[in-house]
Design a protein around this ligand. Structure first.
Ligand code: ZN
Length: 336
């Protein structure tokens, strides 16, 4: 078997992907038509509607994200988004994904979270049956909207719980807006209820933002990029076994790093921080998880043995219940 064929068949795990950032251009146009909002695809997509436009920095990315999210209004919309993401994941050989859903955003837009979560759960069951991809859900609050709104998001997530596929709680948004410590009681409460916990940090903030996220009790850090230049923070993560959900292609797209070769992946590996690669917002950035590993191999010298270790570490760090975890372990071990 050629190396290329073997690579295409190797199973991958995705731990940091936002449902809202995975909306295909076709679905975005469909939703825009459904709600009479032609301005959204006009602002976000190329003139032929086939691709998202490149973003010029993080602020513009947040604006685009908001525009896309404004078109997700009903359980049907979310159901279609989840089916689309499931198909995209299957096409890349992804066998397991923890998908972030903006509970905080839904509350702010007046969308009831429980009917949406039921629709997502049903879509995930369909994707598992038809495509063999397991999708579980991480409810997300928005950092800049504060702890009170985040508590509401957590309470809604707990009402849904593992019965509807929700296994984790996280806080994303603007990490520079409020200290991670403000959310420490939330993370502790989520963990007490059996949820996994994550915080976005070190994407637009510095290494101190990652340190503060670890001190706030997050089990995993989304991005953590800035920690790559701070050996003491890497050592802290490695010592505490805090997992880094690295998103190099996303960091390149938003300008968080100057180019793919500038991503500090190798510093994380050298420091022994458990980590894997992720797409973050694959449709918005035109990324695939398979493509991320290929680029890491080309630009950062990622070795096959390191890639395999990352999948094993992702499995250890995932928030899946034991049955699904055992199934994924067997599929990873089976290899290509
Ligand atoms: Zn993210």
């Amino acid at each position: 078997m050629s190396e290329q064929v073997r690579d295409r068949r190797r199973a991958l795990l995705e731990l940091h992907v936002h449902l809202e950032g995975s909306l295909s251009p076709l679905l975005l146009r469909t939703l825009a038509e459904r709600y009479g909002q032609p301005g959204v695809p006009a602002a976000c997509l190329t003139p032929d509607g086939s691709r998202y436009l490149p973003v010029a920095g993080f602020a513009q990315f947040l604006e685009r994200y908001k525009a896309v999210v404004s078109l997700l209004r009903t359980p049907r919309d979310y159901h279609e988004a989840a089916l689309g993401l499931g198909a995209a994941l299957a096409g890349q050989g992804v066998i397991y994904a923890e998908v972030t859903v903006g509970y905080g955003v839904m509350h702010r837009q007046g969308v009831a979270t429980e009917p949406v979560q039921l629709a997502l759960h049903e879509a995930a069951a369909q994707v598992a049956q038809e495509r063999g991809v397991r999708m579980l859900w991480q409810a997300d609050a928005v950092r800049q909207w504060g702890a009170d709104a985040a508590w509401k998001a957590l309470e809604a997530a707990l009402r849904c719980g593992p019965g509807l596929g929700v296994v984790a709680f996280g806080v994303g948004g603007d990490e520079t807006a409020l200290p991670a410590g403000d959310f420490a009681p939330l993370l502790a409460a989520a963990a007490r209820e059996g949820f996994g916990t994550t915080l976005h940090a070190g994407e637009t903030g510095g290494a101190a933002s990652v340190r503060d996220a670890v001190l706030a009790g997050a089990q995993r850090i989304g991005h953590a990029t800035a920690a790559g230049g701070a050996p003491e923070v890497l050592a802290m993560m490695a010592g505490a076994g805090v997992f880094a959900e690295l998103c190099p292609g996303s960091n390149v797209a938003t300008g968080a790093v100057g180019g793919y070769a500038a991503h500090p992946l190798r510093a994380f590996l050298a420091a022994g921080v458990p980590c894997c690669l992720n797409t973050d917002d694959p449709a918005l950035f035109g990324l695939s998880l398979r493509g991320e590993y290929e680029r890491a191999r080309e630009a950062l010298g990622l070795l096959e043995v390191e890639e395999r270790r990352m999948q094993a570490q992702a499995l250890s760090a995932c928030f899946a219940p034991a049955g699904i975890r055992a199934d994924m372990e067997a599929r990873l071990a089976a290899g290509p």
